[in-house]
Write a protein that binds this ligand. Structure first.
Ligand SMILES: O=C(O)c1cc(=O)[nH]c(=O)n1[C@@H]1O[C@H](COP(=O)(O)O)[C@@H](O)[C@H]1O
Length: 238
């Protein structure tokens, strides 16, 4: 059984490259994230393709708009048949709450399980300097936890945060709350544009439920070997 705690980011721009990566990774990976780069280029056909391969899908389009636009946008995306999708928590409680309610309502009408709706707290690329320039008074970690609690209260299933904040979120939001962490780097790997990072094993030990990993796998000389190494690293973590 493939380990569903690893979600591979399909951050490529063509269907051909996406298919090649999925083929290369084979049965070792079941969960894929489709983000802006790929979805804006190829559209829903990537979702149809992944479903034909029996893969699970996190559609990462990070919706951020007024409540009605986000809620109705999510309904359009839900009809594609995805497992997880996301919005920005900074859109506010009213937007989050309306989104969560509409998704559940529409899923009940469609007779399906609602996809998991999660919200980005503070992007994993944001560093101390970015944070100061945004004029934020509260320490970044405290703000992430505060947003996570608001997301839970609004009725969503979980958050996207960095592995650095996962332990405090887990403590504040309980064991069933999803904590999806990008910003994951195997020891010695380049951080690229990520700021708040941890290794795969550390992220899980901190309380992450799922890890999103892109470049350390798809940019590796041998993506399958890179994925297997990460899977072996986390196999010993409950
Ligand atoms: O929502 C996301 O998935 C996301 C949120 C966040 O705070 N940071 C973040 O890196 N991501 C996504 O996670 C992936 C990380 O990719 P790598 O840095 O290549 O492992 C990218 O596709 C990002 O768009």
């Amino acid at each position: 059984m493939a380990d569903e705690r690893i979600i591979v980011a399909l951050d490529v721009r063509t269907l051909a490259e996406a298919k090649a990566l999925v083929d290369q990774l084979g049965d070792s990976i079941i969960f894929y994230k489709v983000g802006m780069e790929l979805f804006y280029a190829v559209g829903p056909q990537i979702i149809t393709y992944l479903k034909s391969k029996k893969k699970k899908i996190f559609l990462d389009l990070k919706l951020h708009d007024i409540p009605n636009t986000v809620a109705e946008g999510l309904i359009s995306l839900m009809k594609l048949g995805v497992d997880i999708f996301n919005v920005h928590a900074s859109g506010g409680f009213t937007m989050l709450n309306r989104a969560a309610q509409r998704v559940k309502e529409e899923a009940a009408k469609m007779g399906i399980e609602p996809p998991k709706l999660i919200a980005i707290t503070v992007l994993t690329s944001v560093n101390a300097d970015d944070w100061a320039k945004l004029g934020m008074q509260m320490p970044l970690e405290e703000q992430v936890v505060r947003l996570a609690k608001m997301v839970k209260e609004a009725g969503l299933d979980g958050v996207v945060a960095s592995p650095k904040e996962a332990a405090k979120i887990r403590q504040a939001c309980g064991k069933d709350f999803m904590i999806v962490t990008p910003g994951v780097r195997p020891a010695g790997a380049s951080a690229d544009d990520q700021s708040r990072i941890a290794t795969p094993a550390q992220a899980l030990r901190n309380g992450a439920s799922q890890l999103v990993i892109g470049r350390p796998i798809y940019k590796a000389d041998d993506p399958r070997a890179a994925a297997k190494k990460i899977l072996a690293e986390i196999a010993v973590v409950d």
